[in-house]
Design a protein around this ligand. Structure first.
Ligand SMILES: [Zn+2]
Length: 384
């Protein structure tokens, strides 16, 4: 049986290795060093893992514990990168414990979960359990950036059931999440002397009309029609720019927004709503000219083909935690969608954590211990 100290020591070792995402925070080291440390751990355990290169800065660490044949295979996913830590520089890489919380950068997102994979496989190997199915180790790069790791993994590997390990209260099984779009809304105006109102077209004023209507849609469409699992469709503004100086009509205004996509929808649903807004604004200001560019769009996630895995997972959760397992959704996007859309029946599960992407990020040590027990039992039953 695992003792909590083993868990704490391993997660702490991973936290100490700076693996902040190099795309998100230019100049950051990226996840390679933490992946090397995990590779060394597996080597000592007798499990061979290898790097699948994506580009010069990104690789996935992958491996397979081969089964005897004829069983179902299971992919265990965690990501190795973290966000930055400018707001808690002195403490982020110095793990500490407060009660049941192990605190440190990436504790919950997602190094505690990488450790859960390492420790559950340690138990499987050391107890010499014979399985028919394969266990695939999938420790990806760049989840906090462009998700190039997950995108590359699903291209190179045969679809089989996947457990995406990300922080959540232990009894929740994630079966759904929103997609999202990062959109640039552009409004064209006409530059003119500030006194030449007949020639000037004020792009910022026109954009204001667009923003007011985006917020109206949030209140009237999104707030009133939440998805039963994923909640209200996400919408917020992110950036705005426009104009040249006090004395001149602004000839352009550009707004960056983040907006959600629910199961059954695509980014086109959101674009249509924005184009309707353009028509409304054009009725007030005939000179209005707007356009919208998609910077990034990701589909929503809806688990499919996961029934056997769900059944085993929920039974084991209830047995080990004495809590009822519940199927849930998330309002935020994750790599689960990429796995599911590539044909992997995918579920999300994890240990509870808090302050993700913020100072004093923590993971529950007791839930992590339970998660490891759950993973061992699920592997043994699913890959039997
Ligand atoms: Zn994250």
């Amino acid at each position: 049986m695992l003792i909590q100290n083993t868990i704490i020591d391993l997660v702490s070792e991973l936290i100490k290795i700076d693996s902040s995402n190099s795309w998100l925070i230019p100049g950051s080291p990226g996840e390679k060093n933490v992946q090397l440390s995990i590779q060394e751990y597996f080597r000592k355990l007798g499990i061979e893992t290898y790097f699948e290169e994506i580009d010069e800065r990104h690789s996935n660490l992958v491996g397979c514990i081969k089964g005897g044949g004829g069983g179902k295979s299971l992919t265990l996913y965690a990501h190795c990168d973290t966000v930055g830590y400018a707001l808690w520089k002195e403490r982020a890489l110095v793990p500490c414990i407060k009660g049941d919380h192990l605190i440190g950068l990436g504790a919950a997102d997602d190094k505690g979960h990488a450790a859960a994979i390492m420790l559950s496989l340690t138990e499987i190997i050391e107890s010499e359990i014979k399985l028919r199915g394969d266990i695939n180790i999938c420790l990806v790069s760049d989840e906090e950036g462009t998700s190039c790791g997950a995108m590359e993994y699903v291209k190179k590997h045969t679809p089989g059931a996947a457990l995406v390990l990300e922080s959540a209260p232990i009894n929740r099984i994630n079966i759904s999440h929103q997609g999202f779009g990062w959109l640039d809304i552009k409004v064209k105006g006409n530059a003119a002397h500030g006194s030449a109102s007949e020639a000037g077209i004020d792009a910022i004023i026109h954009m204001a009309e667009v923003i007011v209507r985006l917020q109206r849609n949030k209140r009237e469409l999104f707030e009133k029609n939440p998805h039963p699992l994923n909640g209200e469709t996400v919408f917020h503004t992110g950036t705005i720019a426009g104009g040249t100086d006090y004395a001149t009509y602004p000839d352009y205004c550009q707004l960056g927004i983040e907006i959600g996509i629910q199961p059954g929808e695509t980014i086109e649903n959101r674009i249509c709503e924005i184009e309707k807004i353009f028509k409304e604004v054009k009725q007030i200001y005939p000179g209005f000219e707007g356009s919208v560019d998609i910077r990034i769009a990701r589909n929503p996630f809806e688990a499919k083909g996961h029934d056997v895995l769900y059944e085993i997972l929920s039974v084991e959760i209830e047995k080990i935690t004495h809590k009822k397992a519940v199927a849930v959704g998330e309002n935020s996007w994750g790599d689960a969608q990429l796995f599911q859309d590539a044909g992997f029946p995918t579920l999300g599960v994890g240990a509870n954590g808090g302050n993700l992407h913020a100072p004093d990020e923590w993971i529950s040590i007791s839930e992590l211990e339970q998660l490891i027990q759950i993973l061992i039992s699920v592997i043994v039953k699913f890959c039997a």
